[in-house]
Design a protein around this ligand. Structure first.
Ligand SMILES: [Zn+2]
Length: 885
């Protein structure tokens, strides 16, 4: 899955609505962090082989009415009872082989005693009739009095262990079953479930029954149901149905965002040597999705934020392709071959992340993939809590199993494995892995075994350091040139602290030495704590590169002179080496030569990401020369993904009238909506004389999906001018677009903090069903610091329509209001200049007085993590581009 797509923290590189998504991310982090998923696979008493799942929905009461028949085969002699996971469901009856049976319920379990001790191989059909109002797993998105025209949407989200909140079942990955899903819904609806559509039959009284059948077994967390008022677009891949669904009214956005899906299916089928394994591929985009995307077998569900407005689509370098290719990649890695337990989740997520870059490389070119990988590495190192944790582990206390190790580092590990084995051997190994494990559950050792069988290369050491071991190498590098010996001596020191699971790393690398007579490449093996390598060089080098092209996940401090960095920034052939040089030059700050070189990179580098990075770097120089270069570059930089970065960089220049005038004009009019949005944010931070009027005007103006309005509403919080309150109250009100409301409520959290009427007004929004509004309100109340909101938050905890992911978030804000001292003492994000810090609330410490210190500390930790995540999202949004076509 993608978190923001619940499977991936940093995945939304390409999503334009990151801030909206941040809400989903926060929710997921809390959900995952606050609940310990079972790290080890369970023992099994039976094999669940097939489930016939019949569902109806009581929309008014948000209830599911179910009848499921599980066909099971006993695995152990002497089994006297069986049990299913079942949470919050009312079990009406159970029958065994059509005979009424006794049953008991316990916390999250339905227990069924067997009539007599059963032996291995005995088969039972267990029919369960039930109903319930799911608190998670299945969600109802419905029209209401404020949004009477909203389409009805019902959708599920099973991963990690949430299917049993709407369906009594075996809810752990280490079992596989086929399914028949029978959905009876109003005749005007669409439905989607796993597998092939077998029939649609008139069920009378304006109802219709849809029957879907999945004949390829997969795990229960991959079961999906989507039903409601959707529009459908049909596509195909070699005759196989490929379908896209959008909530009613947005069908025209499907093709423009999703039409590269068949090309991706084709690419992955060819690369992996195993054809796409399911009977169809559908992608249903749903509102208020709790994740970014979820790879249900043959039927992915994605956030409707991926249905980008056609006018905004050209503003993103890779469009929605990362999300689409990620979830598609899971159809092989995750669905066809599934991790046996959550400790091995990287076998799902690392592969899906890797396959994103495989698509990027094939479709957008090597450099675009290099950019993604380089950015991923930086992001992974920034998430410092990940460093000491191995990818395969059983303790999810310090970090959810769905963290940057499973995704970002997992993807990097596969990239490095491909490089070490070579493209051909690597894919030969993957083909074998998929073939021998098709339809099975796996652990990392299965990957090692398959790769060795296919390639005769033992990858145990490789996995030992990168997957079972923690961290990544950190280097201290330097070289000297001996003119007499005509020799370069390169000293390579591994400086990571050798502790816990972090050891020394061993890997092949390339050193490139460039002299006036040209570049020369030298392969080396790095393995020692410190070693000096000697290379011949006819004259003093102009440039020495260690690990040319950044092929290894690492950080490095290379001691070079300014002139060498300048040369590297201009002349290195690979993106990663030029990017590293720009970063190094940025540390030299107020140096005319450096500023000129950054300006040169900003104008002339052939790769957009270098130009954008040069803009970021100049933004931190903050001299008139730097702002001048940035403003000049606006005349030549047409790509929205570069332009918006330049504008964001300009937002660092305080009290500079030229900059202020430029931002003002961009905010009013520019060829790029993203640049205009960045200008509005910058104006909120810089607070020039006209800022309130400019932001108010932007709120009043129309743009695709209210893109600029929402930016301006957020910027008003950063601006901190209380005169904006009436406008924010207007846009926070029911009936306005949900995302605009969330932005306005967010900003209200920061203004007129003494005004209890605002607190009261926000508290009223807590009772609304719309997740983004609720979330924004919870955090806005927390950031106002007005303790009079505590009873409203406490009442919210008692409400019966609360998805349970929200509970820890609400408790966190209550703790924050009760104990502001503790909240102040904890670290804050590096900057709150972006004006969006409410979404990453201040951390909360233990509330000792209330005997909740464990909970408090945990919340503190999680909230801090969320803050980091938000900062990252913001920086990603700034840096990101989307699809070239
Ligand atoms: Zn995923």
């Amino acid at each position: 899955m993608i978190l923001i797509s619940p499977c991936r923290p940093n995945h939304p590189r390409s999503c334009p609505l990151l801030l909206a998504l941040a809400a989903a991310l926060l929710m997921f982090l809390f959900a995952a962090g606050a609940r310990a998923d079972e790290p080890y696979a369970r023992n099994r008493d039976y094999d669940l082989q097939h489930s016939k799942i019949s569902l109806r929905f009581d929309i008014e009461n948000k209830k599911v009415l179910g009848d499921v028949i599980h066909s099971i085969s006993i695995l152990r002699d002497g089994t006297t009872r069986i049990w299913f996971d079942s949470a919050g469901l009312t079990i009406e009856s159970v029958s065994l082989n059509k005979i009424a049976a006794k049953f008991e319920t316990a916390a999250e379990r339905l227990i069924v005693p067997l009539p007599a001790a059963a032996n291995a191989g005995e088969k039972f059909d267990v029919e369960i009739r039930y109903q319930g109002k799911p608190t998670k797993g299945l969600y109802f998105i419905l029209p209401d009095k404020d949004y009477p025209d909203r389409p009805i949407e019902i959708w599920t989200q099973g991963e990690s262990q949430d299917t049993h909140y709407y369906l009594p079942t075996y809810d752990y990955p280490n079992d596989r079953l086929t399914t028949e899903t029978i959905l009876t819904v109003p005749a005007t609806w669409q439905t989607v479930a796993n597998g092939k559509l077998i029939s649609t039959v008139d069920a009378g009284k304006g109802m219709k029954t849809w029957t879907w059948k999945e004949n390829v077994p997969s795990s229960t967390y991959l079961i999906t149901v989507v039903a409601g008022e959707f529009e459908e677009v049909k596509d195909s891949w070699h005759g196989m149905p490929v379908t896209y669904y959008a909530p009613k009214g947005r069908g025209d956005r499907l093709a423009i965002n999703y039409n590269r899906t068949p090309a991706m299916i084709d690419l992955f089928s060819k690369k992996l040597g195993v054809d796409y394994p399911w009977e169809k591929y559908s992608q249903a985009m749903v509102d208020e999705f709790v994740a970014g995307g979820m790879e249900n077998s043959s039927a992915t569900t994605n956030t409707s934020n991926s249905l980008v407005h056609p006018k905004l689509v050209p503003e993103y370098v890779t469009g929605q392709d990362e999300l689409i290719s990620h979830e598609l990649g899971h159809q092989w890695f995750g669905d066809l071959v599934t991790c046996k337990d959550w400790g091995n989740i990287w076998l799902n997520e690392g592969f899906a992340t890797f396959l994103e870059t495989v698509w990027t490389e094939a479709h957008f070119g090597k450099e675009e993939a290099d950019i993604a990988r380089w950015e991923n590495a930086r992001e992974w190192f920034e998430e410092t809590h990940l460093y000491k944790l191995p990818i395969v582990r059983r303790d999810f206390e310090d970090s959810s199993e769905f963290d940057g190790n499973a995704y970002t580092k997992g993807g990097w590990v596969l990239y490095m494995l491909r490089r070490e084995l070579g493209e051909e051997s690597f894919y030969l190994g993957l083909k074998h892995y998929l073939e021998v494990n098709r339809g099975k559950n796996v652990v990392t050792a299965d990957l090692a075994k398959a790769m060795e069988e296919a390639t005769h290369v033992n990858i145990d050491r490789f996995l030992g350091q990168w997957v079972y071991g923690a961290g990544a190498p950190k280097f201290d590098l330097g070289y000297g040139y001996d003119a007499d010996k005509k020799q370069v001596a390169l000293t390579v020191k591994q400086t990571q602290k050798l502790e816990g699971r972090v050891g020394l790393f061993r890997f092949p690398a390339e050193v490139e030495i460039t002299t006036p007579s040209g570049p020369k490449l030298f392969p080396i093996i790095v393995s020692d704590a410190a070693k000096t390598y000697l290379f011949p060089a006819s004259s003093a080098p102009l440039m020495v590169l260690f690990d040319k092209g950044g092929q290894v996940l690492k950080s490095a401090e290379f001691h070079k002179e300014k002139q060498e960095w300048l040369y590297q920034a201009k002349n290195a052939g690979e993106f990663a080496d030029r990017a590293d040089a720009i970063v190094a030059l940025g540390k030299l700050k107020n140096d005319d030569e450096v500023i000129a070189a950054l300006g040169d990179a900003l104008r002339n580098d052939k790769v957009w990401a270098i130009r954008a990075l040069a803009a970021d770097t100049l933004g931190h120089v903050e001299t008139p020369a730097a702002s001048k270069l940035l403003i000049e570059a606006l005349t030549t930089s047409k790509e929205p993904w570069v332009r918006s970065r330049i504008v964001t960089a300009l937002g660092n220049f305080k009290e500079d009238e030229v900059v202020e005038a430029k931002l003002e004009s961009i905010a009013h009019e520019d060829l790029s909506y993203r640049a205009r949005s960045a200008a509005l944010q910058a104006i909120g931070r810089l607070r020039p004389p006209n800022s309130l009027a400019t932001l108010q005007a932007a709120v009043a103006a129309d743009s695709p999906d209210g893109f600029l309005r929402n930016s301006a509403l957020r910027a008003l919080g950063a601006l901190g001018n209380d005169r904006a309150v009436p406008l924010l109250l207007e846009w926070a009100a029911p009936g306005k677009p949900i995302e605009s409301r969330a932005a306005a409520i967010n900003s209200l959290g920061r203004l007129e903090k003494e005004n209890k009427d605002i607190t009261k007004q926000i508290a009223v929004y807590l009772s609304e069903a719309h997740f983004p509004v609720r979330m924004a309100s919870v955090y806005a109340l927390g950031s106002r610091g007005d303790a009079s909101a505590i009873p409203a938050l406490e009442d919210l905890l008692k409400s019966n329509d609360l998805s349970i992911e929200m509970v820890p978030m609400i408790k966190g804000q209550i703790a924050r209001l009760k104990n502001p001292q503790a909240a102040r003492g904890l670290p804050h994000p590096p900057s709150d200049e972006d004006g969006d810090d409410e979404e990453g609330p201040a951390a909360v410490d233990a509330d000792e007085d209330h005997g909740q210190s464990d909970v408090g500390q945990r919340l503190g930790k999680l909230e801090h993590l969320m803050q980091e995540m938000n900062e990252r999202l913001k920086s990603i949004e700034g840096r990101l581009p989307p699809p070239k076509h």
